[in-house]
Design a protein around this ligand. Structure first.
Ligand code: ADP
Ligand code: LRH
Length: 459
């Protein structure tokens, strides 16, 4: 067992259990179990298949063998409601479900309290959509997805801070639940369990400690950004691209609110100042519609297409829900019905690089910070074309990797809690730099072409 830890990392497209072994300044990773995360529509509502995910967690932990501790992270904003007996009330609803349509516009602006970008699916809007239901009436506690899984493993309830910071109900200044806001919105404060922090011990699963990590996957990913110094931007690139900076304090200016930038809570008291960019979701959806053709082949064909021939504003909320993604892209890009898959994929990747450039530039200006390099972590780091396009679009070097940044950030926080790793974020990042593969992409291409493309999408 020695210094082995298990990270449970649930992304919107797949889950994995990763064992990390720390030894003499090295970190070896082994993905011991990977399982799909496939939402299910029931009675018109899109749900997460939470029991199948829990099965994946249990199978993964069994394969992991003896470890010093377990940490769990997942995508943000979604939750399960439990009743007074601790039973789950219904399957958690997927943030891409339409039940929140229009709700954010009916509620007062919350930016001054929670500092979050207005996304239709923030937990607060989901709760307001759920509030008239019998399920809500019967609920005793709300548990965010990693907290729900930790509850099933340990019997202990709590709300891990980084993920709680994505609900819209946490005060960005005090870092505690905003009781005045909760009551003003007519919600029940009792639903929200006490806040716990990365490094806290949650309880035990079959004799193994379960430790709170940055349970928001993006918070764990940012821990493992292999940056040196502070003049970096990061892109945590998977289903979403989370594009931004690490700050000590939130930015709550009117300009920041208008640009829809978020101030999420990070590990070690940092602020994740970022915006959600649509990420690889449009590509994932096209690949699903097309019957899962080989991705590397598709990307090679896209690389051979002319660049910036067709671009769309990928931040357009029209792309949020699942289904007929290629049709929506063709319509917005003005492409014919018989546009090839390669053309569509190139359009997605050019448009994603353009949206990432916009977010990097805005973050830099709004936070008044220098950015000399962009770190791109997550599954997107495997997409060489996207990494190069991002370097070209931003006019900055892109350092791509690690692919499993989220699991690594999860493992590092556990290892530190156990005293196996010492120091702050700088020390943890140095360990990532020294042990993981990182690929550098230099900016090339024609900056004016990206300016022209930005003008074409009107942003
Ligand atoms: P999430 O955590 O949101 O589920 P990941 O970080 O696992 O997302 O990234 C998944 C994405 O990574 C896929 O949608 C795909 O676009 C990209 N990806 C995975 N493998 C490859 C590969 N071999 N080449 C290029 N891209 C890849
Ligand atoms: C990425 C992520 C992102 C959230 C979204 C719901 O997986 O956690 O940070 O905004 O999912």
């Amino acid at each position: 067992m020695s210094d082995a830890f298990a990270a449970v990392d649930l992304g919107a497209s797949s889950g994995r259990v990763v064992v990390g072994r720390f030894h003499d300044g090295t970190l070896d990773l082994e993905v011991v179990h990977r399982f799909p995360n496939e939402p299910v529509r029931v009675g018109g509502t899109l749900h997460w298949d939470i029991l199948s995910l829990y099965r994946g967690v249990l199978d993964g932990l069994a394969k992991a063998g003896p470890v010093r501790s377990i940490g769990i992270d997942s995508w943000a904003v979604d939750y399960g409601l439990i009743d007074v007996d601790g039973a789950l009330l219904g399957n958690p609803v997927h943030y891409r479900d339409s039940r929140t349509d229009g709700i954010a516009d009916r509620v007062k602006d919350l930016y001054g309290v929670c500092g979050l970008q207005k996304l239709p699916f923030n937990t607060v809007y989901q709760l307001l959509a759920a509030e008239p239901t019998a399920q809500y009436a019967a609920a005793d506690r709300l548990l965010m997805i990693p907290d729900l899984l930790a509850y099933w493993l340990t019997g202990q309830i709590g709300a891990e801070y980084t993920n709680a910071s994505t609900t819209g109900l946490l005060d960005v200044r005090t870092r505690e639940w905003s009781l005045p806001l909760i009551s003003e919105l007519g919600l029940r404060a009792r639903l929200l369990p006490p806040v716990r922090h990365p490094g806290d011990r949650i309880g035990d699963f079959e004799g193994t400690p379960v430790i709170a990590v940055g349970s928001h996957d993006t918070a764990s990913a940012v821990v493992a950004v292999p940056a040196e110094g502070d003049d970096f931007a990061y892109i945590s690139c998977g289903t979403w691209s989370l594009v931004g900076l690490e700050l000590d304090e939130p930015v709550l200016s009117e300009e920041s609110r208008a640009a829809n930038f978020t101030n999420e809570g990070g590990v070690d008291g940092t602020i994740r100042y970022l915006r959600n960019v649509m990420g690889l979701w449009p590509l994932q959806e096209c690949v699903r519609e097309w019957g899962s053709p080989d991705l590397p082949e598709l990307l090679a064909a896209a690389a051979a297409e002319p660049g910036l021939a067709h671009v769309v504003d990928l931040d357009d909320p029209v792309f949020l829900p699942p289904g007929d993604m290629a049709g929506r892209l063709r319509k917005l890009a003005g492409l014919p019905d018989d546009a090839s898959r390669a053309t569509i994929v190139r359009c997605i990747l050019d448009s994603l690089a353009l949206a990432q450039r916009r977010a990097v530039r805005q973050a830099r200006e709004l936070a008044d910070r220098q950015v000399g390099v962009v770190h791109l972590v997550g599954g997107g780091a495997l997409n060489e074309l996207l990494c190069q396009l991002t370097a070209d679009a931003c006019g900055l070097p892109v350092l791509a990797g690690p692919v499993e940044a989220t699991a690594i950030g999860n493992l590092l926080v556990q290892a530190r809690a156990a005293g196996v790793v010492e120091g702050g974020l700088d020390a943890m990042r140095a360990l990532v730099r020294e042990t993981q593969q990182i690929v550098r992409y230099e900016p090339g291409g024609t900056p004016a072409a990206w300016d022209a493309a930005a003008a074409r999408v009107g942003r």
